[in-house]
Design a protein. Structure first.
Length: 99
């Protein structure tokens, strides 16, 4: 169910925010910039649509965290910046929407 709705995010966030992403990038902002510079507009737009689906589902913080880590494969912890997964997804959406 939710797996089908996170395929593109897995391809984007999961690939860039892999377990050792801090060895390659200095911040999540740098990673998001690399995504925007490297991925196709269609891929980015599909990611925005999937973020919209996740946000519209009104999932709990633990459910969103589980999806990001276990289904999407995204190893960025929004708590490291004092924000929730929902807040971080909104930031990601904002960056992606500027493409």
């Amino acid at each position: 169910m939710m797996n089908d709705k996170t395929y593109t995010l897995g391809q984007i966030l999961g690939c860039y925010f892999y377990q050792d992403w801090p060895d390659e990038f200095d911040s999540d902002v740098s990673v998001l910039q690399a995504i925007v510079e490297s991925e196709t507009v269609d891929q980015i737009r599909a990611g925005v649509e999937e973020i919209d689906i996740l946000l519209a589902a009104h999932l709990s913080e633990s459910e969103l965290r589980d999806i990001l880590i276990n289904k999407v494969g995204c190893y960025f912890d929004p708590e490291s910046q004092g924000i929730t997964c929902e807040q971080w997804l909104k930031r990601v959406r904002e960056v992606f929407s500027q493409v």
